[in-house]
Write a protein that binds this ligand. Structure first.
Ligand code: ADP
Length: 172
């Protein structure tokens, strides 16, 4: 599996699946979540509501992932994952790593070959980008690919892109 870094908007990626940094309610939010629902149209929210009714009445737990249609987006599927809120007093790295691993597991189940990730938890959930990049890239890198051949990280700013690039190089 190849790791690719790009600076850009995840809603514009021509990949099989894009990952959404959702909140546990699955009912939409700001940031990348808002952009995905806005550009993907109401079909995505409709499926999220059905998932809440059938499987996730208590919300999608942090670190887990679930797929819906991508509506009008160029991708085929949106994989919703819930990142942990950053905490200085508690190490939640395993939950952030789990978002990436679980998203890839779901992508494999779908038969997706290309998957795009945002920098989960680095927006409203305040995770420092350096640390988030190390956790994200390590989680994806060590993985044996099944159907996924490309994991693309889509960074929304040149600053975030630079951090991911340096971190990937440092991981060697
Ligand atoms: P979280 O609640 O997990 O922190 P956010 O959506 O607030 O999620 O932010 C996660 C990251 O996604 C941030 O680095 C933010 O800059 C970035 N982001 C926001 N919109 C987009 C987009 N359209 N495409 C890619 N990344 C985005």
């Amino acid at each position: 599996m190849e790791i690719v870094l790009v600076e850009g908007d995840i809603t514009e990626q021509r990949v099989d699946a894009i990952v959404n940094a959702a909140n546990s309610s699955l009912l939409g939010g700001g940031g990348v979540d808002g952009a995905i629902h806005r550009r993907g149209g109401p079909e995505i929210l409709e499926e999220c509501r059905e998932l809440r009714a059938s499987r996730y009445g208590g919300g999608l737990p942090t670190g887990q992932a679930v797929a819906t249609t991508a509506g009008r987006l160029p991708a085929r599927w949106v994989i919703h994952t819930v990142g942990p809120v950053y905490s200085r007093s508690e190490d939640r790295s395993h939950l952030l790593a789990s978002c990436y691993r679980e998203s890839l597991r779901v992508a494999d189940e779908l038969g997706a070959a290309t998957v795009a990730f945002p920098a989960v938890s680095t927006g409203v959930y305040r995770w420092p980008v350096e640390d988030a990049a190390r956790i994200a890239l390590s989680a994806v890198r060590g993985r044996t690919a099944a159907s996924v051949v490309e994991a693309r990280f889509v960074l929304f700013s040149s600053a975030a892109y630079a951090v991911f690039e340096r971190t990937l190089r440092d991981l060697g």
